[in-house]
Design a binder for this molecule. Sequence first.
Ligand SMILES: *[C@@H]1O[C@H](CO)[C@@H](O)[C@H](O)[C@H]1NC(C)=O
Ligand SMILES: *[C@@H]1O[C@H](CO)[C@@H](O)[C@H](O)[C@H]1NC(C)=O
Ligand SMILES: *[C@@H]1O[C@H](CO)[C@@H](O)[C@H](O)[C@H]1NC(C)=O
Ligand SMILES: *[C@@H]1O[C@H](CO)[C@@H](O)[C@H](O)[C@H]1NC(C)=O
Ligand SMILES: *[C@@H]1O[C@H](CO)[C@@H](O)[C@H](O)[C@H]1NC(C)=O
Ligand SMILES: *[C@@H]1O[C@H](CO)[C@@H](O)[C@H](O)[C@H]1NC(C)=O
Ligand SMILES: *[C@@H]1O[C@H](CO)[C@@H](O)[C@H](O)[C@H]1NC(C)=O
Ligand SMILES: *[C@@H]1O[C@H](CO)[C@@H](O)[C@H](O)[C@H]1NC(C)=O
Ligand SMILES: *[C@@H]1O[C@H](CO)[C@@H](O)[C@H](O)[C@H]1NC(C)=O
Length: 642
Amino acid sequence: MLPLTGAAYLAVCAWSALALLPSVLAAVSCDRACLEGHISDFLAALAAHDPSTLPTTEDVTYVENGQTLPLGTGEWLVAGPPGKYRHTFSDPDAGQVGTITTLTENGVAAIYIVRLKLEPDGRISQIETQITRDPGGAALYEKMGQPEAVWLEAVPRDQRLPRETLIQLANRYYTGMQRNDPRGNYSFFDQDCNRLEDGLQTTNVRSGDAYGHSNDTVFASLGCEAQFQTGFLGFVTRIRDRRFPVVDEERQAVLAMTILDHNGTVRVLPDVNGTSSPIPPYFDVPRTLAATEGFRLRGDKLFRIEMTLIEVPYGMRSAFPGRSQGALSSPGTNGTTTKNPCDRECLLDVVGQVLQALLAHDHERLPLARGAKYSENGQFLAFGDGLWETASSLARLGDADDDAHAYAAHFADPATGTAAYWGLSREQTTPGVLALRIKVHDGQIAEIEAVDVRAESNGARGGSVTLMRPPLPVEWDGRSLGRLHESFQQGVVATNNTNPNTSSTPPGLVEAYFDAWERHSSRGVPFAPTCSRRDNGGVQGNLTCVEQMDGLGIAPNGLYNRTTTVRDRRLLIADEAKGVVLAVAMIDNPATGQAPLPATERIPSTYMVPQLIKVTDGSISRVEGMVKWMPYGYTSAWETSG
Ligand SMILES: *[C@@H]1O[C@H](CO)[C@@H](O)[C@H](O)[C@H]1NC(C)=O
Ligand SMILES: *[C@@H]1O[C@H](CO)[C@@H](O)[C@H](O)[C@H]1NC(C)=O
Ligand SMILES: *[C@@H]1O[C@H](CO)[C@@H](O)[C@H](O)[C@H]1NC(C)=O
Ligand SMILES: *[C@@H]1O[C@H](CO)[C@@H](O)[C@H](O)[C@H]1NC(C)=O
Ligand SMILES: *[C@@H]1O[C@H](CO)[C@@H](O)[C@H](O)[C@H]1NC(C)=O
Ligand SMILES: *[C@@H]1O[C@H](CO)[C@@H](O)[C@H](O)[C@H]1NC(C)=O
Ligand SMILES: *[C@@H]1O[C@H](CO)[C@@H](O)[C@H](O)[C@H]1NC(C)=O
Ligand SMILES: *[C@@H]1O[C@H](CO)[C@@H](O)[C@H](O)[C@H]1NC(C)=O
Ligand SMILES: *[C@@H]1O[C@H](CO)[C@@H](O)[C@H](O)[C@H]1NC(C)=O
């Protein structure tokens, strides 16, 4: 059969071949030109904000920065036309194609990657995108204009390595980087190997610029192999969900997608040129980066590497999982709480035990049920991971005279066997506000859900700000939160109410509160007239809760005035004795407002918003809220795991 041009790819579908040889048909029906045609059509559809012209399967999966979204949402509402840089990897045998390009979102430049999977009948069944919000990187790509020629050359057939070998060689890169051992054998790099990271060359450059978040100016002057021989990348503690979906055998290139965990335990960068240096504050806390990487082989060596990355919540699973994660639930311990059922006093005691275990980095001392689950910011982690390795101080009750401990409260709900904590955490130098929900069942801890909003400070070398996110409406840079308001410590004043149906934390209150946020109207919510509310420790212009919810008087258009859905609403605890409710939700900000948009609203975002709510005499009297930026459409694993 003759090679097909882009225009013909839809027409070809011999049903007999489809029935007999689906994988071969893919090869026959869509060659390089056809695959590149799909990419052009896709980018044109995206710029037109209209996916209806795409030949997709009924159940096409659309993924944006790791989040599965309805096709036509997210980037489809904000994307501008693609830039001129385009680096496409084509895999006719697998019906896979991926490209690295640039675009603008509400006028702001970003690096844009899209991978399409085609079915044998020519329809698109997977659309996976990565948007790296790095205007500087996008500008570098546009300056380059096109990929280095070597990426696009066809390698003579007799010099090509087969698909499996190409994948194995690319995988060596990840195996070498994970816990980067300075004594490793890195001879799989070509002597002339170079790497780009977000459009910037980071090997063999003598610019004297520091590398990444570090202050090191020597690392980037080394070649690929010499870099790995320093062990400098050892702060990458795990590389998981490794996928190699597009193997371009003709060009001896692979487009890979992986997830890099940095568990926060590596504290020193090794010696590069006679001096070791401390790990940058960005890596004080557990971080996960998702990366797309192109590899070009020369012979059986890695010759070119083109990497782009984004930050995602720590431990986030791939939307297209690769190899298994290993066990995430606890094998259980034999201990039990002192009482079963666990009453209020017992639950409050469990909070103390969990805080101590976190500080001791020892979950095994807790009475964990078999299969107990642990999550951080909506991701299930193994006990022992995340805060279990990085927590260095936690504000505790009983030390209220000490300022470091003045911001903390414990809560209990014996009716559901739930205990909770809200207080200041610290990992190395980085503070955070930690909310914990602890579920006790049959005298053992069955679930611990941690929601931790870390301070994001703009210090040297990028400080500790979540990589490539827009500014938040209210930032928390670690400034003192002062004391947690005393009303969160006090009990409810006994009213000697004989009606058992009257609750100090009325059911439906949290729903009403989040409904109000979604509608931008305080109507129907029992806010006390004097109710005050803080966000990330800040007060917006001394406005009452009602004024904040109604968006009155806050420039330019009210607090979170353009957010839409308030999803994944989770009541973490309702403490009857204290009249306190702790809840968390995901709030979408699709960035679809009228131009000119403020910097906070140009990029589709989701805000995770833990809220500590005090109820006095049936009305909300005080709210302490935190805000963390999340990729648009982010969903808590508790919501999807059932
Ligand atoms: C490193 O690996 C290569 C290829 O597997 C091998 O030929 C070489 O002997 C190894 N070098 C050392 C020092 O082990
Ligand atoms: C490494 O250190 C030596 C001496 O400490 C210095 O002469 C040399 O310039 C340094 N190399 C680089 C690449 O900075
Ligand atoms: C990097 O250098 C700056 C400026 O000298 C300094 O403030 C910062 O602490 C250094 N960071 C690390 C991780 O060494
Ligand atoms: C729990 O008890 C079983 C049997 O009594 C024992 O085999 C196991 O090692 C114990 N586990 C722990 C964590 O103590
Ligand atoms: C975190 O990384 C360190 C260093 O690589 C490793 O020793 C430790 O086992 C890791 N922790 C987890 C929970 O995997
Ligand atoms: C509630 O009851 C207690 C004891 O029964 C009594 O001392 C107290 O005065 C009552 N409080 C109110 C507000 O009625
Ligand atoms: C409490 O609520 C239940 C169910 O709504 C109702 O049947 C009952 O009459 C109520 N009791 C009082 C004292 O109001
Ligand atoms: C809020 O009100 C207090 C007391 O009325 C005042 O001291 C403070 O400056 C006000 N803050 C703002 C941001 O207006
Ligand atoms: C945002 O606030 C303005 C007033 O400042 C109001 O006119 C507009 O309706 C608000 N938009 C939403 C979505 O609440």
